[in-house]
Design a protein around this ligand. Structure first.
Ligand SMILES: [Zn+2]
Length: 613
């Protein structure tokens, strides 16, 4: 990093994000936020929202988010350092950069070398170590034997805090620069990944730049003693040697076949990629911890003109259609969607019926056709009424496509299937194009593609989400009412701890990204630009506290019961505690609620003291 954190903070502080973005897009004040048409995807109604005080933007359409620096990076295609320089110039401040380009390059070499060692070390562990036996067995059950594990350099991160850091004696600088670990609160080195199967990620030239880790299925339901749940997939954060938005997993191995065949298969997960290689189609890649985006297309168009999405149908259906059409046009590529029989994913299908996997890719349909098929497939085409009802949703799907000639081709096709006059459909289509429907803002981001299967943020519990909104947007009311122990959801608790640390939201998000906690980064990016139709009241806070307390107390009572079963506590004491706590919970919404809240809070604090040092 050539520019220090304090310099970066100074540049952010000196840059009014609304003024900056207004140089590119017209923003309008809407409540406490500013909104406008998103500069990153084509749209007709504003989905792009800006929080001026926190210096953050978020798009509800294509889900891009960031701060002043990411904005100029994206708009001007600059790297981080140049973006900071540009903003510093613009704000008339002088940067005190603490190193020049030379040392930065040397540092890069150091990080790449460390990553290469780490990949080799993880790989060796998988092949030979006794503690990796369950991992080997799991891989075998998914059709991945020793030869495949060797070909993809798969590894195993043991269930220890610092096995890798100590074995390779990695310095704090290298840990941070590679994302392989960090220095924890107790000032000790800690590995970023433990008890995970490692999928190393290489750049197109074959240099290892990052790792993705998957927990074993047997561990996926395990709740740690402190009540936290490990995320299923975890990937390296952005580092000086690794850009998520550019990198495609397995491109280093796939590029020859991609060039030969003129086709690139994009999967959701690492094991899907491996399945395609196994099935004789070594032209599959996957995104790493981000949704498929503009920069991936910039990379792919240099290799092939046909891009086949091998996602599960729901996931493909949720892809931001407007962006896909835009990228098709801009990069002159064709995007098609492979449809898999039943609800199978490529990895399953490869095991069961490799021929069907190949057929699915060969028979992939254009993206618009795929979207249309979904609408028509859901309609009842047997009756006149059913066919008529399907007309409008079908035309809405067509309306998203930017090319009139393409739209009209499909109008004819729909007219055939619905037995309607093309003229009638065209009228409907023109009407939709003139008055686009009000955009529905999802309450939570509905998906964010991780290393393998998508993380569905939508499952995030609502009271916790409300508590985070209050903490962020009504700080005076929320002050001292929430504590970390109230949050049973790991992601929400981490966001709360970040917000309570007194750092800026951008700093907190940066930290999440550095640690590969994409879900937390994504959720906070969205909450910060949330808009509300009214001001919050003290009653809102009290209601949310009561809901949170109920679930936190219920979780903690399970621990009391566990202690009771294992004789750690006498039955009398345990029963008294349970009765006591339940009585107070019952008082929460009554006139005595205030006292009950205080008692329960004290009880939780006593049961689970903060782990802050
Ligand atoms: Zn957008």
């Amino acid at each position: 990093m050539a520019i220090s954190d304090s310099e970066i903070a100074r540049v952010r502080g000196a840059t009014d994000i609304v003024a900056l973005i207004s140089e590119y897009v017209a923003l309008k004040k809407s409540g406490r936020r500013w909104t406008g048409l998103c500069p990153f995807h084509g749209e007709k109604t504003p989905s792009f929202s800006v929080n001026a005080e926190e210096g953050r933007y978020y798009c509800f359409g294509c889900r891009v988010s960031g701060d002043q620096i990411t904005f100029v990076r994206e708009m001007q295609h600059l790297d981080f350092v140049d973006a900071v320089r540009l903003l510093a110039d613009r704000a008339g401040i002088e940067l005190h950069e603490d190193s020049s380009a030379g040392p930065a390059r040397k540092e890069r070499q150091e990080f790449l070398a460390a990553m290469e060692h780490a990949v080799r070390w993880y790989h060796e562990r998988l092949l030979t170590s006794p503690d990796a036996r369950p991992a080997r067995e799991y891989l075998k059950s998914r059709g991945i034997d020793g030869d495949v594990a060797r070909a993809f350099q798969l590894g195993w991160a043991p269930d220890e805090w610092d096995a890798l850091s100590s074995a390779l004696n990695l310095t704090p600088k290298v840990l941070e620069g590679t994302g392989l670990g960090f220095v924890n609160k107790r000032d000790r080195r800690q590995d970023a990944l433990r008890a995970r199967i490692i999928f190393p990620i290489f750049d197109p030239s074959g240099k290892a730049v990052a790792v993705g880790g998957r927990i074993l299925p047997s561990a996926s339901e395990t709740v740690r003693p402190d009540g936290r749940i490990e995320p299923k997939y975890k990937n390296s954060p952005e580092t000086p040697i690794y850009s998520k938005r550019r990198t495609l997993y397995a491109l280093n191995w796939a590029k020859d076949d991609i060039i030969k065949s003129g086709e690139i298969i994009v999967c959701e997960g690492y094991t899907d990629v491996i399945a395609f290689f196994d099935a004789g189609m070594p032209r599959a890649v996957a995104t790493c911890g981000t949704a498929l985006g503009e920069e991936h297309f910039q990379t792919m168009r240099n290799f092939a003109k046909r891009i086949v999405l091998a996602y599960d149908a729901d996931q493909a259906g949720q892809s931001a259609a407007a962006s896909v059409y835009q990228w098709e046009q801009k990069h002159e590529v064709d995007v098609a969607v492979a449809q898999f029989p039943g609800r199978s994913d490529p990895a399953e299908l490869a095991l069961r019926d490799p021929e069907a996997l190949r057929a699915a890719v060969n028979d992939a349909v254009p993206f618009l056709q795929f979207r249309l098929n979904r609408v028509l497939g859901a309609a009842n085409l047997a009756t006149a009424e059913g066919r008529a009802r399907a007309a409008e949703p079908a035309m809405r799907v067509l309306a998203e496509h930017p090319n009139e000639l393409v739209r009209d081709q499909y109008v004819m096709q729909v007219a055939d299937s619905l037995r309607l006059e093309p003229r009638v459909l065209r009228t409907t289509l023109v009407d939709i194009l003139r008055h686009p429907a009000r955009r529905e803002i999802p309450n939570e981001p509905t998906f964010s593609v991780s290393g393998e299967r998508p993380i569905r943020v939508a499952t995030t519990p609502r009271p916790g989400l409300e508590a985070l909104r209050l903490t962020l947007h009504a700080p005076r009311l929320a002050k001292d009412r929430f504590i970390a122990q109230y949050f049973v959801n790991e992601t929400q608790r981490e966001i709360f701890e970040g917000l309570s640390s007194g750092r800026s939201v951008s700093d907190v998000i940066d930290e999440f990204e550095r640690r590969g906690e994409d879900q937390a980064a994504q959720l906070l990016s969205q909450i910060v630009v949330d808009e509300f139709d009214r001001d919050f009241t003290a009653e809102d806070v009290t209601a949310v506290v009561a809901q949170l307390l109920r679930s936190a107390v219920a979780e903690e009572l399970k621990n009391v019961e566990r202690d009771l079963r294992s004789d750690k506590v006498s039955p009398d004491v345990a029963m008294a505690t349970i009765r006591d706590v339940k009585e107070r919970v019952a008082l929460l919404d009554t006139a005595e609620g205030e006292g009950a809240e205080r008692d329960l809070k004290d009880w939780l604090l006593e049961r689970t003291p903060s782990d802050a040092s």
